[in-house]
Design a binder for this molecule. Sequence first.
Ligand code: 2P0
Length: 361
Amino acid sequence: MTFTEKDLIIPQDKLKAGTTHWQSPSNIAIIKYWGKHGVQLPRNPSMSFTLQNALTETKLSYKPKEEPTAGIELDFLFEDAPNEAFRSKLVTYLDSLLPFYPFLEQLSLKIQTVNSFPHSAGIASSASSMSALALCLCSIEDDFFGTLGDDTMFDRKASFLARLGSGSAARSIFGGAAVWGQTDLVAGSSDEYAVSIEDQLHPIFKSLHDDILIVSSEEKAVSSRAGHRLMDKNPYAPTRYAQAHERLSALLPALKNGDIEKFGEIAENEALTLHGLMMTSNPSYLLMEPKTIAMIQAIRIYRKEQNVPVYFTLDAGPNVHLLYPEEYISDVRGFVHSELANLLDEGTYIPDFVGEGPEEV
Ligand code: 2P0
């Protein structure tokens, strides 16, 4: 499916103004997407949980352009203030969609976006922001052309458009958990968009917690975009891509059976593999910080000594995601306050858990 089958141009007498408004969450990958090719196509399938609290809310207003002009006309406010750097990235993204969405050239657009988490918290916002915007775009398509009335089609198209903005955003369209990238293990999976695997989750994973322990909120030295590019010449890349398939094939049964130990083993291995790939890139780089490692050691000791199933994963940055089943919340929070508080940047952690996915506002 390429989503180019219809010529989406609005007839002159049907042009009108309107607004669409979505909130969409971030996600945390367990099997990591790291390495891409072509137009935002993944080198391996990835799996993530969709979060509940870390959200972007995006309002997209549109009206007919006063004068027909070529290209995208966009006004942009981030947290109520103009932001030229973000605006220019969005113009590039929307321009890249013109082959699918020629009608965007007929409209004058205004995007207003806010995040539920502090911009400076060091939490990647590309998954939540690009998925929220993609959902708004699909609402406009459906409003003008009535082409996405079917929920599966709507979500699939939103995931496809989100992916073109940021790969990991493809997975945020679905509540619970999603897989992005073609694999024989998941029916209907595709490199072009993510699919839901919510119905393949044991209840223990539907309410899994993810407390995001903030080690540093500074902007990272190497962007994910640059990190993906470095995979092209990483000598371990072919083995890594094969490993991601193997790990997914071990993870899916664990998710279904509620095997938290197996899940945790894979999650931690994936996190360290991701950072190992950064260290073995050329030039090599390190996004973990001493406090990241101190937290990892403390988590492993606590788990062993107290027999509490709490595991970590890492995103492309120094912050630690603490994953654990709902029933252990008071044990784990006690551990965070007593053993990890002095490692947290300004004492900050962001409590989150597996969520239900985007919502139209
Ligand atoms: C993931 N990450 O699977 C991996 C693991 C971070 C660590 O995808 O270039 O912002 O926009 O497609 O999605 C972060 O990279 O990259 C990412 P682009 P993205 O979530």
